[in-house]
Design a protein around this ligand. Structure first.
Ligand code: GDP
Length: 537
């Protein structure tokens, strides 16, 4: 076990290390290019030698994250963690979010573990439903957002139109740092708002390596690109005149979003994104604990679990808990305290996990993500700390479910395993588990933000616990928190059912739709019917 040093030099070290970290997630609608840009970012930083080693998708399938059969079938990444690489002497932590078509609580929880988000837009599609939802969460949590308009190599919308859409529909002021030279589909390069110069892009043959960049002073750009350059400069000038100028404080306060243009597939604009992350994105800051007081970065180690994943290694059952380091130096082998139980937890097997790659890590600093193996005792939201008084970070948000199914084991002799599996999925936050007096213990109800979670749940119950299950969709779309006094009246109302959320014992009243809810409420205004956490609404 290592002894935590609290000497001035160690504290200094931690502050310096924290200052050179940038921890972020990419948020996007599926197909906007999240996997492609992840690969491009890593490629730029030479974290991997060739594009394609990050996600198992399409023809790139099977390279890294193919450990789960369902992932292979669907070509999606359900499990992920953090990719760490160094760029310009800054340690970049890209915390991965699930890539499937549903938005899920998992994605939202990742946003609690990062200091900034990159919102990726498809130049031809602009804002899509999931981008909007994810963006709402960023705004609610005051996560600063950098906007990257991707696929500029393909025909798409006008640059000004895209910015207008972000401003109108999200209410976020756009402050472009680069501006495309050439309309979408004719991407010559970008004008750099800060230098007034152009970075011209030339695709490399085959496109497998970083794009070739050439810096051109304004007059050379004008000579070579004529109209396209003039238009880019005019549009940028127009924006500058209306006050759309990047301001670090406004960005960090989540009031404005710097905007960049690029094409992840050819790596165009990716270096500029990395530079903005390094130069502008916030480094980890002191996180408030449950008392509201910020835990200094150089205090002894503390962190919280933002994600758990069971059975990542088919060879043996295990559970990995992913911890965001909030303060201090984490050293592998140190014994930390689990704030919830006061029990010690040995960190002999600390890892860095990305896709199927797992490396043992020896130390970590604020902003880093540590995967703790054999962590069955740790649940989502749990705090860990080393030395000194107990530290507890606020609980992670849980979102209002919109989909509900009743689930049962089709082979009743497997009920015990079924129950264990359901507990596991609840603990990991894959689904929320509800109990209803009407249905009994044999048939718990699963609730989720997106319906794909049910597929994940049934698949895992079969694959990991050997329990085939059947599900019945329930006709509810809306949950409200209620209390015991209101429960009887609500249960008596047609189409309404009250259930207990197993995780925290909350009573939830489920409604088929908002009209039913308002009828019930109008009839009896004294009933307790509170919205669940507003984050996702
Ligand atoms: P994800 O679902 O957000 O992870 O999206 P992917 O990274 O898998 O990309 C979806 C599709 O868009 C793939 O066929 C990519 O090759 C393509 N794509 C991604 N970025 C670009 C880009 O900059 N330009 C073009 N033309 N295609 C892109």
């Amino acid at each position: 076990m290592s002894v935590i040093s609290t000497s001035a030099s160690a504290a200094n070290d931690v502050a310096t290390e924290a200052a050179r970290r940038r921890t972020f997630a990419v948020i996007s609608h599926p197909d906007a290019g999240k996997s492609t840009i992840t690969e491009a970012l890593a490629l730029h930083a030479r974290a991997i030698n060739s594009a394609g080693a990050v996600h198992g998708k399409g023809d790139r399938r099977g390279v890294v994250s193919d450990w789960m059969a369902m992932e292979q079938q669907r070509g999606i990444s359900i499990t992920s963690a953090a990719l760490q690489f160094t760029y310009r002497d800054v340690v970049i932590n890209l915390v991965d979010t699930p890539g499937h078509a549903d938005f899920s609580e998992d994605t939202y929880r990742v946003l609690t573990a990062v200091d900034c988000a990159v919102m990726l837009l498809d130049a031809a599609k602009g804002l899509e439903p999931q981008t909007l939802k994810l963006f709402e969460v960023c705004r609610h949590r005051r996560v600063p957002v950098i906007t990257f308009i991707n696929k500029w190599d393909r025909p798409g919308l006008e640059a000004l139109e895209l910015l207008d859409e972000v401003e109108q529909r999200i209410g976020l002021r756009c402050t472009p740092l680069t501006w495309p030279v050439g309309v979408a589909g004719q991407f010559h390069g970008v004008a750099d708002q800060r230098t007034g110069e152009m970075v011209a892009f030339t695709r490399t043959p085959g496109g497998a390596t970083a794009v070739i960049e050439e810096e051109l002073p304004a007059d050379a750009a004008a000579a070579r690109y004529g109209e396209d350059w003039v238009r880019a400069v005019e549009e940028l000038d127009l924006l500058t005149a209306t006050g759309a100028v990047h301001d670090s404080a406004a960005f960090v306060a989540a009031a404005t979003t710097p905007v960049l243009f690029g094409a992840a597939v050819t790596n165009a604009g990716v270096r500029q994104l990395l530079d903005v992350l390094v130069d502008t994105a916030p480094a980890p800051a002191a996180r408030p604990d449950t008392t509201g007081s910020p835990r200094p970065l150089d205090a002894p180690f503390s962190g919280f679990v933002f994600k758990t994943q069971a059975n990542m290694n088919p060879a043996h059952r295990d559970q990995v808990a992913f911890v965001r380091v909030c303060s201090g130096r984490f050293e592998r082998g140190m014994v930390v305290t689990h704030a919830g139980t006061g029990r010690p937890f040995a960190t002999k097997y600390a890892q860095q996990v990305f896709g199927r790659d797992r490396d043992t890590i020896d130390e970590a600093f604020p902003g880093d993500v540590v995967g703790l193996v054999n962590a069955t005792a740790l649940g989502i939201g749990d705090s860990l700390y080393a030395a000194g008084p107990a530290v507890t970070f606020p609980p992670l948000p849980s979102f209002a479910p919109e989909h509900f199914v009743a689930i049962r084991a089709t082979d009743s002799s497997k009920f015990k395993r079924f129950r264990r599996g359901i507990e596991q999925l609840d603990g990991e936050g894959v689904v929320q588990v509800l109990r209803s007096d009407r249905r009994g213990e044999q048939s718990p109800v699963l609730a989720a933000v997106g319906p794909m979670q049910f597929e994940v749940a049934t698949h895992r119950l079969a694959a990991e616990f050997g329990v085939p299950t059947a599900i019945d969709h329930l006709p509810y779309t809306l949950a409200r928190r209620t209390d015991a006094a209101s429960a009887a009246a609500l249960n008596a109302a047609p189409g309404v059912e009250v259930m207990t959320r197993v995780r925290d014992g909350e009573l939830l009243a489920l409604f088929p739709d908002k009209w039913r809810l308002s009828t019930v409420r109008n009839r009896d205004p004294d009933l307790v019917l509170e919205p669940l956490l507003a984050d996702a609404q």
